[in-house]
Write a protein that binds this ligand. Sequence first.
Ligand code: KIV
Ligand code: ZN
Length: 557
Amino acid sequence: MTSFDHTKYRAFEPVAIENRTWPDQEITSAPIWSSVDLRDGNQALVEPMTVEQKKQFFALLVDVGFKEIEVGFPAASQLDFDFVRWLIEENQVPDDVYIQVLTQARPELIERTYESLKGAKKAIVHVYNSTSKTQREQVFRLGKDGIKEIAVKGAQCVKEHAAKHPETEWVFQYSPESFTGTETDFAIEVVDAVIDVWQPTPDNKAIINLPATVEVATPNRFADQIEYFCRNVKQRDSMIISLHTHNDRGCGVAAAELGLMAGADRIEGTLLGNGERTGNMDVVTMAMNMYSQGIDPELALGDMDRIISVVQACTLLQVHPRHPYAGELVFTAFSGSHQDAIKKCLANQTDDKPWDVAYLPIDPRDVGRSYQEVIRVNSQSGKGGVAYTLEQEYGLALPRWLQVEFSPIVQQFAEQDGGVVNAESMKGLFESRFMTGDKPYQLGKYDHAKDDVDTVHAELNSDSGVINITGTGNGALSAFSEALGKHFGMRVDIIQYQEHALTVGSDSQAIAYVQANIDGDRFNGVAIDSDIVSASVQALMATVNQKILQNTDANVA
Ligand code: KIV
Ligand code: ZN
């Protein structure tokens, strides 16, 4: 039991639809997109955009490829009016772009709206009135007929003004605002009446925009409303059915997607979802969802950082780090198993194969992100992330046995440090732990002779002078290990050895990784040198130095 009184609320009353077909439909092509960033998005801002910000945002929307852009509510805002005038007078609207403006269905506002649009080449006049039961009864205190009359008068007024300016290519748009809270049959009745006034044709369609002004039900209920509407409205073939969803229940994108399957043609929304309350439908997410299914969204979203930067600069709202496709962390895996899987899949991925990488629904490069951002290392990370970072940044291809040794060291550091371990600190940890071939002893001159057995003569430099050691074995490394063992009175067994050429940051350098058991304890040593044999003996020296230091510490303690 919760302390909430759930009886305070009623369940949404679904439309009675039989044999719905939308669940079997697929989205196979991009809808007509309309951006409402500069109107609905702008109306929801604590600080509405300045003209300068609107100009910057408009340029972005054009570059992204919107052909229909709602630029404001000019009858309600002088700033919006001025912005529309600037667009027209300064010839800022590309020939293939419709500017769209919103007006309430009130004659004086419609008149002012047309004033703002004088001289426009192409314009969508978007007229709306609220049709929901709640608004009819409590806000307008009108019956259904009164509400329908507002819509019809608004439609007539829109048509009359347009006729006075034949130089503009007009498109009419009507929204029964709060459509989701309106009995669907009544919404149809109002739209039919508006259509009777406008008399669109299949060649000259009107836009009928069905808003989920407030998202009040699960997306399937919205899809039912859309399919029912499309089936029962008159002259369906003379209208473009548009959807305008908000995100009150967090399903604005899902509702638009299902609505599209239910018969809609056009989608209104904002870039990254700014809008009233929880926001408008996020066009970036919906378009990228299509893209990730192999459908061309017909919007250029590849420069995600520019999109984010303009949206943030104009709305003064931050993009959440986990925002789908755009957030700073959405191509980052922290968990070790995810990192391992991503690393393996990325290694298999080639440009001629469809994208198939675990945990990454799209290729981060498509939105201007890089693989480096895919993997970060924190206390939750496993060896995959550590190995990936060292390889990407420094060309160190750690053998698996060394990954196993090193990743707990990084995790421990992350736990103490409380955050993400960047590549530089990781390299520092690696060097201080394994590249210990210079203290207390450092390899000086050495000579390697090959005969039946390999013989190594080496000088070891230390603070207390130079020591000469000699050993034999099967190969330089084993000869050197014997020499070290004899001199220091230790048993030195090499358990693992690996080497490779370094490709990052150094020409013709090689790296050697050695794991040795010294008197029953395992040590790992690493060294880089232009000569691979020299690198390998230095790596072994590193393990012996660790043992000597361990003994010294034990004696001191
Ligand atoms: O959310 C809404 O209903 C609107 C309309 C004006 C279309 O923004
Ligand atoms: Zn809206």
